[in-house]
Design a protein around this ligand. Sequence first.
Ligand SMILES: Cc1ncc(COP(=O)(O)OP(=O)(O)O)c(N)n1
Ligand code: TZP
Ligand code: MG
Length: 223
Amino acid sequence: MGTVSPPVDYTLYLVTDRGLAAGRSFEDIVREGVEGGVTLVQLREKDLAVRDFVACAVALRNLLGEYRVPLIVNDRVDVALACGAAGVHLGQDDMDCASARRIVGRGRIVGVSVSCVEEAVKAEAQGADYLGVSPVFSTPTKTDTPPAVGLEGLRAIRMAVRLPLVAIGGIKAENAADVIRAGADGLAVVSAIMACPEPRVAARTLKAAIAEARARVRTARIG
Ligand SMILES: Cc1ncc(COP(=O)(O)OP(=O)(O)O)c(N)n1
Ligand SMILES: Cc1ncsc1CCOP(=O)(O)O
Ligand SMILES: [Mg+2]
């Protein structure tokens, strides 16, 4: 398993999509999300030239540095290294986890998207730091995905691996408790914060839902 210091808080993971900014400043949305309780941010850019991707990543890393919130870069190991990000997130069609680990070493986070037990077990064996269980629910934000794994699929992956699990896909405050109960350590969201007119409130609401669900899980374990 990869080791990262200091420990990463996966509780509320904001994955960016500037297409959802709707005329607002992308940086302001991220800032408000962080002020509302986002604990980790992933820069997800699909259309930027690599030079612009790096520039954007450096700017975001500087912004997040004010709050001591780590930055993860989606898809690109080179961009993650170039901007001094805390880590990189890789899907099943991106660079494989073992190769990425060889490049970034032990001091950076490598996250891997998984949608079944087999992928989860493999990513754990290859040294991933966390898994993005993806998608838990189908979502208009990303449609080129495997079928949604649902709460049952998430539970099965929880039983199979020890790594922190971040649930992504269709996560909202309304289903946050179910997802935490099914075994997620954290929730990753795009539209629930990026498309919300009040990102600070959205983050706060999600954070409260997670805290309450965790407290209930703890109580149920004791009782
Ligand atoms: C936390 C997290 N989990 C899953 C994904 C999806 O990654 P991937 O399958 O590579 O798809 P793209 O995001 O690259 O379109 C993610 N980005 N973050
Ligand atoms: C990036 C990504 N990977 C799997 S689903 C998804 C999008 C999640 O978006 P939303 O939180 O708006 O459902
Ligand atoms: Mg990817």
